[in-house]
Design a protein around this ligand. Sequence first.
Ligand SMILES: O=C(O)CCC(=O)C(=O)O
Length: 266
Amino acid sequence: MNARKGREAQWEKEGYLAVEDLLSEDDLAKLRYRFDDFARQGQYLSESTDRFKLTSFESISDPSAIQGNAVQVVAEPHEIDGQIMELARDSRILDIVEIALGPNIQLYYSMVFMKPPSVGNNAPWHQDFSFYAHTRADLVHVQIYFDDSTVENGCLRIVPGSRKLGLLNHFKDGVFTGELQGDTSQYDEQEVVLPMKAGGMVMWHTMTLHRSYPNKSTKQRRALVLAYKNPDVRLMGGAWNTSAEVRSVGLMVRGQDPTGQLLSAH
Ligand SMILES: O=C(O)CCC(=O)C(=O)O
């Protein structure tokens, strides 16, 4: 089986792909500088903005840890940085995304995701689709690592094949929690731990169950997250089968939008 066929088979069966050595050391160096810049800009903010999501780390007792606010998320960095925009359109990434979505690919959103040393965030089991229901689950998330992502600094953990479970319950007492509810022990047992070297990428299906632990190491873990979708998949909202439904949102990065929605007037 050639590499592409092997990846297609793994994607179909397991709902994730891990690709090492996607970016070169040069690619990484250019963007690490930019990530440092984002972290510095965050130091001047006293509260989160639409662009910078700060997390307060004051309660952490480890004296070597960051104290006070630190940037955890930079939203839509491709809008403010040409190199990140270029990366979102990079054929090395899109060739992998094409395995999941086919030839027409839309960038849905982007995010710089930082896990500072000793404090980075805990993400319990969840399916990304629970955050943004669409008319079909033809969406993927890509994480590109700018530092080694290790067991110690809170690497990604996924449940292979879980995309086929459909959407599971993330509600408690009628309120959305962003976290899988109920007994999760069967998923704990099935999880695959995915440490990756800087320059590698993981792609997972929007229904694939995943989680990560906080960063317990002294090393930061920075990643660029790119969410892509098939352009004929529509965000649910309004009347789903009429022209009044919510319009497709995003930037075409490969192929065409067969629905014409991005150009249509309604
Ligand atoms: O990489 C992580 O630590 C968690 C990422 C995650 O859960 C997500 O992007 O949905």
